[in-house]
Ligand binder design. Structure first.
Ligand SMILES: C=C(O[C@@H]1C=C(C(=O)O)C=C[C@H]1O)C(=O)O
Length: 293
């Protein structure tokens, strides 16, 4: 069925551990409304949501800014950090003075962080490097470049290798220069999907909110899962998840607005970006979800 009314709503889930505190306890099969879920790298979800292939997804915050007129934000959900994030990393083969006007390989999985890197290089450091897209593989990226940007679990795994490269944490650089939070991902719904199917969106929003609350109450299940799937120590993952913040309050919004302003000034986004929340939730029609058994 393709009329858009009767088909299941399509949800996108980022295939990195940084979203687990929101999605780990979320089961699309348990929703009242039929739903399908795809799990992909952020850049793929950005494209699928833009093209209407999916209806609601965690996407790069940059991608929200780029298409903000077509999307609503799901309130109080994000992937944010104040300072170090540990998984948005620039690996330097050459000294920083050379990198700022040298060649930087950019992971094809990201949108927020590649543009954050451009803001840092061009606005903060006054450089003008050449950028080239590359699959997220540190050694291959650095064969032909002075530095390489990795995000998510690719960055985490690379940070554990004994490669000797200097590493810049872009969350930390952003915070040092601006004093602000940085928001890397948000949850967005296509406006037409939200209008067509508000009950399903409410159902998903409730499910994600409950899931986040459960994860914040007890991080251990996701710490254990990350350890068994990716490796590393319990302490590493406890620190990693504690360092991230998955709400989206005034402080995170202020940081993201500044990021959009800089992106606009550099011509990376061609309009001013408004943060527009899904109006059903804003209107207060949304009942505080209860934890389901
Ligand atoms: C914190 C992170 O945020 C991610 C960074 C993204 C980007 O750069 O576009 C997109 C989604 C987030 O999951 C990370 O990858 O470590």
């Amino acid at each position: 069925m393709t009329d858009g009314l009767s088909r299941p709503i399509r949800i996108g889930r980022i295939d990195y551990t940084n979203v687990w505190p929101v999605v780990h306890h979320f089961d699309p099969a348990a929703l009242k409304h039929p739903a399908e879920q795809v799990q992909e790298m952020p850049a793929v979800l950005n494209r699928k949501l833009r093209e209407g292939e999916i209806d609601l997804a965690a996407i790069s915050s940059f991608a929200y800014g780029d298409s903000s007129e077509s999307y609503y934000l799901l309130p109080d959900l994000s992937v944010s950090a104040l300072g170090r994030v540990q998984s948005i990393l620039l690996f330097l083969k050459s000294p920083l003075e050379k990198v700022v006007n040298g060649k930087i390989a950019l992971t094809t999985t990201s949108a927020t962080s590649v543009n954050l890197l451009k803001i840092i290089m061009e606005k903060f450091y006054g450089g003008k490097p050449i950028y080239e897209d590359a699959e997220p593989s540190l050694e291959k990226m650095l064969q032909g470049a002075d530095a390489a940007l990795l995000i998510g679990d690719h960055a985490i795994r690379a940070s554990w290798q004994n490669h000797g490269y200097r590493v810049l944490d872009l969350g930390e650089v952003w915070n040092l220069w601006t004093g602000h939070w940085m928001t890397f991902a948000v949850w967005a719904v296509r406006r037409e999907a939200a209008r067509r199917n508000p009950e399903a969106v409410r159902d998903i929003f409730e499910g994600l909110t409950v899931s986040k609350r459960m994860a914040y109450r007890d991080l251990e299940p996701i710490v254990s899962k990350a350890q068994s799937q990716i490796g590393g120590t319990r302490e590493y993952w406890q620190g990693y998840f504690r360092n991230l913040y998955h709400g989206f309050g005034p402080e995170q919004q202020a940081g993201l607005k500044l990021y959009y302003q800089y992106a606009h000034e550099l011509g990376l986004i061609d309009h001013e970006v408004n943060l527009t929340e899904w109006p059903v939730a804003v209107a207060g029609n949304f009942a505080e979800p209860q934890v389901r058994k």
